[in-house]
Structures are given as C-alpha cells and as structure tokens.
Design a binder for this molecule. Structure first.
Ligand code: FES
Length: 293
C-alpha cells in the first residue's frame, strides 16, 4: 500500500474550475443536503472534479471544493488522501488499473495480475505506460472478494480474472473501448460458477405451495429426489397440509392461533360435521377425491 501524498508542486496546475455543466450539477448536489451539512457533498464533488481533470485530483481542485462547501482545505485533503478511489497524481489517460492485493485476491492469483501490469504498463506502480494511456497500482480490498481476483478501473470492477482476461481488458482500453465490467468467467454476479446446486425445486419459487404449509416438506422431498437421481417430486401437498382448514377471509379479525395439534383436531371435527367438499388442487397436482375416504 502506497503512502498517499499530493502530487509534487511542479506537477500541480495553476488553478481548477468546474465547467458550467459540472458547476450546475455541483450546486444541485450541494442543495440535496440540509443547511449546515454541505460538507456531506465532498465525495461526489471531488469525484466529479477528478473525472473532469482526466482521472486525478489536483490541489487547486481540492481547494475549490473546500471553498464551495465551507471546509478548510485540510479537511478535503483528509478525504482525498484516505480513499484510493481518488488519484493524487496524473494517471493513464484511458485507464488506471487498481489491482486488489488483499488476502482473498492474492490467494486467487492477484500476484499474476500484477505481473501482467508490470510487463504491459510499467514495472513500478503509478508510472504511465509508454503511450501514456495506462497506469496501475495495488490497492486494498475493493469489496468484491467473492469474485476474486479483481481489478477496479474508475467506477467499474472486473472480476474472476485470469492473466489472459486482464491482457484482453488492457487491449480493449488501449483501443479506446470500454470493456464490459463484472465477472469475466460468465457467471452472473456472484452466483455459484457451477450453477444452482441447492433449493432447485421449481415448486419453491412458483408460488404453488404458498399458504399450504407444504414448502418445507416439498423442499426435503426435492432434495431427497435429487440425491437419489429421481424425477422431480410431485407438487401435491402432504396429507396434513391438505386437511388443514381454509384460511379465513382477509376482512375477518385474525383468530388466536391454536397450537398445531389442536388445529388438526379442530379441522377433523369440522370435517365430520360438514358435507365433504373437494379440496382445491394445487397447480399441477391432483384433486383429492372425497369419496375415496
Ligand atoms: S480481497 Fe480483493 S476484493 Fe476483497
């Protein structure tokens, strides 16, 4: 992790001013915060200043943001030097590659990604490539550890990387393209790379078991069937759930729930007194035949 200092004086520009468009955006952003809390806008304003200046924050830019927010310059420097999302010296025109070097990424190959950066960009971090298009640095955890190893480029993250993936990403940036961020191994966000392996019964997600108290039983049945290599289980609810009394209409006051054993008993008594009615079948299931009892 590098010591984060402002760029030397000879690198700093004389001044910084927001463009008219960015100034209007900044004023609107500041107005989102209650009176006396304008300093809360410091991070978005610094980020916009960095984007406008080609990817790095100069001292005049930080000073301007401090003036706009009524903050002492040192308070703005504290923010800018703390977060590695802010660059304190000129970086590659097309991409500044931040390679996560924290434990999960290192265990998953971040060292090989850094070798690519050293060979393709510069042996040392924070130095520009020969074309001036790229630069790189090592940063601490960027928060996508489950998709390690990863890099961050501006606001995007590129995850599940191999050295070959990184080569392709660098090629794309050098051509002036914006490669598609996210996992590079085809998985969706951080879903299992092998596909779903648990909770795979469709009945768990299609609503057919809602209100029947049968979800857990079906889940167990589905898991057991999967383990045995059987066909998908039937969606029919277990006998206890099928015999449960119908739910009262929504407008009725909710009755006090009897203990489960009492509820079954009460349902049995009610069934004896009432003419038998067919139980509505669950979607995809078979209706129970009252005459069969
Ligand atoms: S350890 Fe690399 S993203 Fe967290």
């Amino acid at each position: 992790m590098s010591v984060r200092r402002l760029a030397p004086r000879e690198v700093q520009p004389e001044s910084f001013a927001f463009t008219a468009e960015n100034l209007a955006w900044a004023e609107k952003t500041i107005a989102k915060f209650p009176p006396g809390r304008q300093a809360s806008a410091v991070i978005p304003l610094l980020m916009r200043a960095q984007e406008q200046a080609g990817g790095w924050l100069s001292e005049p830019a930080m000073r301007l943001v401090g003036d706009m927010l009524g903050m002492a310059p040192i308070r703005v420097y504290e923010v800018a030097t703390f977060y590695t999302q802010f660059q304190l010296q000129p970086v590659g025109k097309r991409a500044h590659i931040q390679v996560c070097g924290t434990t999960p990424c290192m265990l998953r190959g971040a060292g090989d990604l850094m070798k690519v950066c050293k060979s393709r960009i510069h042996e040392e971090p924070f130095h520009l490539s020969a074309s001036g298009d790229l630069s790189w640095e090592e940063v601490e955890c960027a928060g996508t550890c489950v998709n390690a190893p990863m890099i961050q480029v501006w606001k995007d993250v590129y995850e599940d990387l191999t050295p070959e993936d990184l080569e392709k990403i660098l090629d794309a940036f050098e051509r002036g393209e914006h490669p598609v961020p996210g996992p590079q191994n085809g998985r969706h966000t951080s879903a299992p790379v092998t596909g779903l392996r648990v909770l795979t019964a469709p009945e768990l997600f299609d609503g057919s078991t809602v209100g029947q108290g049968a979800g857990l039983a079906l889940a167990r049945e589905a898991i057991a069937a999967k383990a045995n290599g059987d066909a998908a289980p039937s969606a029919a609810p277990p006998a206890a759930a099928a015999a449960a009394p119908p739910a009262p209409p929504k407008s009725d006051p909710a009755p006090a729930a009897p203990p489960p054993a009492k509820a079954v008993e009460a349902a049995g008594e009610a069934d004896k007194e009432k003419p038998k009615k067919p139980v509505a079948p669950p979607p995809g299931g078979k209706a129970a035949d009252p005459k069969a009892e």
